[in-house]
Write a protein that binds this ligand. Structure first.
Ligand SMILES: [Zn+2]
Ligand SMILES: [Zn+2]
Ligand SMILES: [Zn+2]
Length: 133
């Protein structure tokens, strides 16, 4: 997984590796507060910069649903330093509050005449598979 940093030409610092490891540990999107708790040595400025670089280099993406605090998730598809290309749905659970990146068989293709879509995000709210029992 540390190759991801090399692939995207990000210098590998112990801090960045640690943050990346936290992202890969979770199957869902996480807010900064979760990362803070997991870090051995928390430094707000360093974390902020790391998140910014990871976003710019297509390693993670940001999700905000209904004005809630930003969550971040690792990019599974072919995101790169130019753009994020996501073909999954962002799902927020009303019960546990967790935001998930959910893969779908067929992500809809939407054509808007005269407009150029550069990014398309689909958000859903309901009960996640853990809460919907
Ligand atoms: Zn992405
Ligand atoms: Zn849930
Ligand atoms: Zn996502």
């Amino acid at each position: 997984m540390t190759n991801l940093l090399k692939d995207r030409k990000i210098s590998e610092t112990p801090f960045r590796k640690e943050v990346l490891a936290i992202f890969t540990k979770y199957n869902n999107a996480i807010p900064l507060s979760v990362i803070e708790k997991e870090l051995k040595e928390y430094n707000r400025i360093t974390l902020y910069r790391t998140i910014k670089i990871f976003l710019e280099k297509g390693i993670i993406h940001e999700i905000t649903i209904n004005g809630a605090v930003s969550n971040y998730a690792i990019c599974k598809e072919e995101c790169d330093t130019v753009a994020h290309h996501h073909q999954h749905i962002h799902f927020k659970c009303n019960r546990c509050g967790i935001i998930f990146c959910v893969e779908v068989d067929k992500f809809p293709t939407i054509i808007l005449p005269k407009y150029k879509i550069e990014q398309l995000e689909i958000q859903a709210i309901g009960l996640c598979e853990n809460c919907n029992v």
